[in-house]
Design a protein around this ligand. Structure first.
Ligand SMILES: [Zn+2]
Ligand SMILES: [Zn+2]
Length: 584
């Protein structure tokens, strides 16, 4: 019933905003009354909305019912957003904190200059709120708690953390006889780089058995809601997992609906409406309201004369058109990856020995592994001097004899210095099988200089791959300022491949740029950037990101068998080096 409380607070905020606008008291009263009645409900407001019965709530007329429905469906209310713009409150972010309405937000700004949730949390922890008129100790405590929760929530969850948790839940529930179908849904199923909440969809005729099993899973720390259609738990790692329970014969339409994206769903519904049909989470219906399909996604897409669209593409970036014209890409699969092009060992900042990394790569079924330890100027990562680099080559030569036909290639992840020169002299680069170049220092640069710096590095004829091209760290560091279009143009010109780094907080190159790279004919290097044997698994996130960028196997360098990879490494420069080669 947490959504009931959410809606009640929303209506109260609207009332307060109307008050600040000196609106008609009758209108204001209508919102506060509706809020009280919603709070008093003993049923889930979402349930009522699904049944189209919102206007049965006392004090909720047709117009208000529509507003509530909009909010429940989209998480936003246009009217409220407009009101917030009309009524100038500086501290508009604070309204997200339950217990703070417009009047209190205004007061917090006036008296303490607070405009952000972080400042609010700090003030509450320093007991600065309790003496404000109308606050007091209890409210201060509540605000501190809610603000802390919100701060946590605004950090979005990394795909690489959320998906394994969801998969554990799916695996645990799949064994229950009542579960007819189960999948992670939402942005998780679309393999988006970060996730809001973990949503899992279940098809069953026996919701009670499923809910009961769900709330008793060993990972559960706290049960947040036990409703028959939408139970919710908190895991031991404090991750919220929501289960959506639907009937098996509505599973396909529900999966389509709950996978999203919202943009994809809207575009799909518009297309459906053009035919005079209707699509909802309950199915695809014709003009007479007869249900045409609902059991599987495939049926629904097929009836719309479309190919089934892989979830990774459902972002309304042209996939609907492509599905209608039967020209969706055949997305790269993880099994098509034949080796890893970026891995570290304990020669630099890796955790495991070269031999162990090689054994782990062999165990994954790879044909080759590029060992790419850091170059000397990255002293924090114990970058390799030229002498140590050559000593490592000796070791690689020895190990290669033992592990043939598997092949270790010696690479290096070479720093791009702030002037765009590289961290090893050219004759040393020439001895390496693979040269990856990356920015690891001096991130704060005007965009022109950063762009020039990277392009200068790409112009070096020994360079094969540009590593993590934006430098972003999800949730902690923004990408550095760089003209990526210009960088991609240069990569295309010089025949340099671009990395999609699979570290869960990097996923760099980001998905939309993958698409722009492959349309320029640039090869993509899917890599784990593993710093331990376990992290070779990061390849999964790299491939997912490439798939979201519409990449097929032919676009990915390391789907090539070893001889073809070696051939590419030997010749990629000559092939792309045209007459128009420029020097930056
Ligand atoms: Zn790096
Ligand atoms: Zn690295």
């Amino acid at each position: 019933m947490r959504r009931n409380e959410e809606v009640a607070l929303l209506l109260e905020n609207i009332a307060e905003l109307l008050m600040l606008k000196n609106e008609n008291p009758y209108r204001i009263r209508a919102y506060t009354t509706a809020a009280q009645n919603i709070r008093a409900l003993d049923v889930d407001i979402e349930e009522l909305a699904r049944q189209g019965r919102l206007d049965e709530i006392p004090g909720v007329g047709k117009a208000l019912a529509a507003k509530i429905e909009e909010y429940l469906q989209t998480g936003k209310l246009q009217y409220y957003e407009e009101l917030k713009r009309e009524v100038p409150i500086q501290a508009v972010d604070l309204l997200e904190v339950p217990g703070i309405g417009p009047a209190r937000a205004h007061l917090l700004y006036e008296k303490l200059g607070i405009t952000t949730i972080q400042e609010l949390l700090q003030a509450a922890q320093e007991h600065k709120l309790r003496d404000l008129p109308g606050f007091g100790e209890k409210l201060e405590e509540r605000i501190a708690r809610e603000a802390a929760r919100l701060m946590q929530r605004t950090k979005r969850l990394l795909l690489g953390i959320a998906l394994p948790v969801a998969e554990d839940v799916v695996a645990a529930l799949r064994g229950i006889p009542a579960v007819k179908a189960i999948d992670p849904a939402g942005s998780l199923r679309r393999m988006k780089e970060t996730i809001g909440d973990i949503d899992i969809l279940v098809g069953t005729d026996d919701p009670e058995a499923v809910v009961d099993a769900f709330i008793h899973l060993p990972i559960v720390k706290e049960v947040l809601a036990v409703g028959p259609t939408r139970p919710s738990i908190l895991t031991r790692e404090d991750l919220q997992v929501d289960l959506r329970v639907v009937a098996p014969d509505e599973y396909g339409s529900a999966l389509l609906y709950f996978t999203g994206s919202k943009e994809h769903n809207i575009a799909l519904r518009t297309y459906v409406q053009e035919r005079g049909w209707k699509l909802s989470e309950y199915g695809l219906f014709d003009e007479n309201g007869t249900r045409l399909a609902s059991r599987t996604e495939e049926e629904i897409y097929r009836l719309l004369d479309m190919d089934w669209i892989p979830p990774e593409l459902r972002e309304n970036r042209g996939e609907i058109q492509a599905a209608r014209e039967h020209r969706l890409p055949k997305l790269v699969e993880q099994q098509e990856i034949r080796g890893d092009l970026h891995a570290h060992t304990d020669w630099s900042d890796g955790h495991d020995s070269l031999e162990r990394m090689v054994q782990a790569a062999i165990a994954r079924g790879y044909e080759y592994l590029v060992i790419s330890d850091h170059s000397p100027s990255l002293t924090v990562a114990r970058g390799l001097t030229v002498e140590r680099l050559r000593a490592q080559r000796e070791l690689i030569r020895e190990v290669n004899e033992r592990v043939a036909p598997f092949r270790i290639l010696q690479g290096a992840e070479v720093n791009i210095q702030s002037d765009g020169t590289l961290d090893y002299p050219d004759e040393v680069l020439a001895e390496l099988d693979v040269v990856i170049v990356s920015v690891h220092s001096a991130f704060d640069m005007p965009i022109e200089r950063m762009t020039e710096r990277v392009i200068r590095a790409l112009a070096n004829p020994h360079v094969d791959i540009l590593g993590h091209p934006t430098g972003r760290l999800l949730n902690s560091r923004l990408p550095y300022e760089i003209d990526l279009d210009a960088v991609l143009d240069a990569a295309a010109e010089y025949g340099v491949a671009i990395e999609v780094n699979g570290q869960p907080d990097r996923l760099d190159l980001p998905d939309i740029w993958v698409q722009r790279a492959i349309t320029r004919g640039i090869m993509i290097a899917c890599t784990s950037d593993a710093h331990s044997t376990r992290q070779l698994e990061n390849m999964r996130w790299s491939v997912a990101t490439a798939r979201r960028g519409w990449a097929e196997a032919r676009h990915i360098l390391n789907t090539r068998p070893l001889p073809e990879l070696l051939d590419w490494l030997a010749t990629h420069r000559e092939r792309s080096r045209g007459a128009s080669r420029r020097t930056p």
